[in-house]
Design a protein around this ligand. Sequence first.
Ligand code: GLN
Length: 500
Amino acid sequence: MTGLADLGAAELADLLASGQVSSVEAVQACLDRIEAADAAVGAFLHVDADRALAAARAVDARRAAGADLPPLAGVPVAVKDAFAMTGAPTTCGSRLLEHWRPPYDSSVVRRLQEAGLVIVGKTNMDEFAMGSSTENSAFGPTRNPWDLGRIPGGSGGGSAAALAAYEAPLAIGSDTGGSIRQPAAVTGTVGVKPTYGGVSRYGLVAMASSLDQPGPCARSVLDAALLHAVIGGYDPKDSTSIDAPVPDVVAAARSGDVAGLRIGVVAELGGEGYAPGVEQRFHEAVALLEAAGAKVSEVSCPHFDLALAAYYLIMPSEASSNLARFDAMRYGLRVGDDGSRSAEQVMRLSRARGFGDEVKRRVILGTYALSSGYFDAYYGSAQKVRTLIGQDFTAAFERVDVLVSPTCPTTAWPFGERLADPLSMYKADLCTIPSNLAGGPAASFPAGLAPEDGLPVGFHVMAPPLAEDRLYLVGTALERALEPSGAPLAARLVGKELTL
Ligand code: GLN
């Protein structure tokens, strides 16, 4: 018999609504699974069982009293440790924030709580969301449930691994260059980056403010849509929040009708450097969508080749400025404050100790790119490329409704393989970065396992701003075509013992 931890959010929500299952039982099942699997997986940095069970009891009591509860009330969810949440640490994967307890809740956390979802814990991530493997977390890596010797992607590897290991049915991520989608791809789960401004950034520790975007993670397309509907929408606390209705993503996920939908395969995102199994599964997925009625053509986006280079100037520039707030005076770690040193010396010592290598690398890169002698040559040029990439999208979306590519050129790689060579790590985001630079929504959906290594492959879909519904149409169509039973790809991991 399947346990409660094996159920998706939609199924669980139905059982909760009909009173067949209590939220306490559902949350306890996830806590038990975390207890059994997380020593091996390492998806969580912080789990508060008592608090989660108390929240679950409160939902059960409201239901028992006849309250009309939101659709996901009582369902467990995991939250990336980049989101401020009162009563718990928010480390962002960094020693610098190891003991920081935020005095306020991020809007995403508040919306989850208001909708009655039960937060079971905070998930591991690359330090300050910098990385594609979770190896940059100051608290140790997360392991990929498909192969514990491999990376779960990054920066949101904790959220993705928690889903694949059936430790939670839903999770929250944040995506600056691919940190929701690439981990989804390499763990066989679903990850959606909404339109920039579609989900509030208020209380999300800032990496690169013009690129950062919170979003939903789940094992199935419908579950991601249900979570998206909870967290999406206008928030006056975020000055870049879009004051427009969220598209009906749940209806789109339930429909999955792609008849007549024009799909453009991006010519520039494939070929050399892409693993054969990734390309094979990608093209099979395109053929399945075509068989479901979509119209497929090839589309050229000539400036996408420059996206990675532009991103690695814009992102470190913004990050170096955002990270200046970690000055040892206001937040987190303070080193050497014994009365003998100046404030500046204390700042220097604290940042030297508190930040890891990748964060330092990017602070140096960003500071350099923004310095007066180089600003036009680097940051200025990168912003021009960003405009050209936006124009590529605009031109493409005159011809097609969505663009598609693999999510990541390869499947999950072994630990350590790319750590010594940051450029090889950066290449994991080749396909995901254009959407961050242009601001449109994009998602990764499971496309099966690569024949050569049996590891998950992600199918990447990009849409125009505020056309998230198209992502979910494609996701559901693909999900149904690949698995008529409706079981998510990660269901193949059910029952697997995750021990080291
Ligand atoms: N892997 C990318 C990076 O290291 C993306 C990070 C992100 O989306 N937060 O910058």
